[in-house]
Design a protein around this ligand. Structure first.
Ligand code: ZN
Length: 228
């Protein structure tokens, strides 16, 4: 399957971001967060055998948010891709709503939305999938399309959950329709079900072991410290 992962919103010429901003409420900036995980989602998809690209609007070029649509739609519709997945985060007026929801329009989109929703709902409150006829990313796109609202960017609880979760993996596995090995896995599961792990260091001081684990985690690996 060929997938384009698009990031919702942009930063306008005047420096304003067109997305929701949860930072004043202990949360994150929607656009910035999704820009940060788009490449990782594409990498996970590629490691599962798909073709995957990202599409992010240029920054400080547009004067109004309507230009985002004019920029993205021709690229999405001429790319010969099977699925476009646009990344968003939700926000609420009272800044007290939480959870995940995936938006769709077509029946094919509904099936993808359901799979992504199930993965995200393993961590975030399950708000269910939503059929939305009035969004250009769903009703003006030639490929199957979904819009993923992973959590609420203005809910500190949701953002704390997100900070300790590999949200990119959940989304990629939902799109793929099953678990994805590699990209952060230490071992590959063999046909016999055995898991082979690789040790990268042995230390007499726990802080040195923890420092190495931290470096590996920052590089995108699952790293654990065990004592012997
Ligand atoms: Zn959005």
């Amino acid at each position: 399957m060929k997938v384009i992962v698009t990031v919702g919103h942009s930063i306008l010429k005047n420096g304003n971001c067109t997305s929701a901003d949860g930072r004043p409420f202990g949360g994150v900036l929607e656009y910035e967060y999704n820009k940060g995980i788009a490449d990782k989602i594409a990498a996970y998809l590629r490691s599962a055998g798909h073709k995957a690209d990202t599409l992010i609007c240029p920054e400080r070029r547009f004067t109004k948010s309507a230009e985002e649509k004019e920029y993205k739609l021709p690229k999405v519709n001429s790319g010969g891709c099977d699925l476009v997945a646009e990344l968003h985060l939700n926000a609420s007026v009272q800044h007290n709503a939480r959870g995940c929801e995936v938006l769709y329009l077509s029946e094919k989109g509904k099936a993808v939305a359901q799979r992504v929703q199930e993965r995200l709902a393993a961590v975030f409150h399950d708000r269910g999938i939503q059929k939305r006829p009035n969004l250009y990313m769903l009703n003006k796109t030639a490929p199957t399309a979904v819009m993923i609202e992973s959590f609420f960017c203005d809910n500190a609880g949701d953002c704390a959950l997100a900070a300790k979760t590999d949200v990119a993996r959940l989304i990629a596995e939902g799109i793929h329709g099953g678990p994805i090995d590699g990209q952060g896995q230490q071992g590959q599961e063999s046909e016999t079900g055995k898991l082979y792990r690789v040790q990268v260091g042995a230390y007499s001081k726990i802080e040195n072991a923890r420092a190495m684990a931290k470096r590996l985690q920052e590089a995108g690996f699952d790293a654990i410290v065990t004592g012997a």
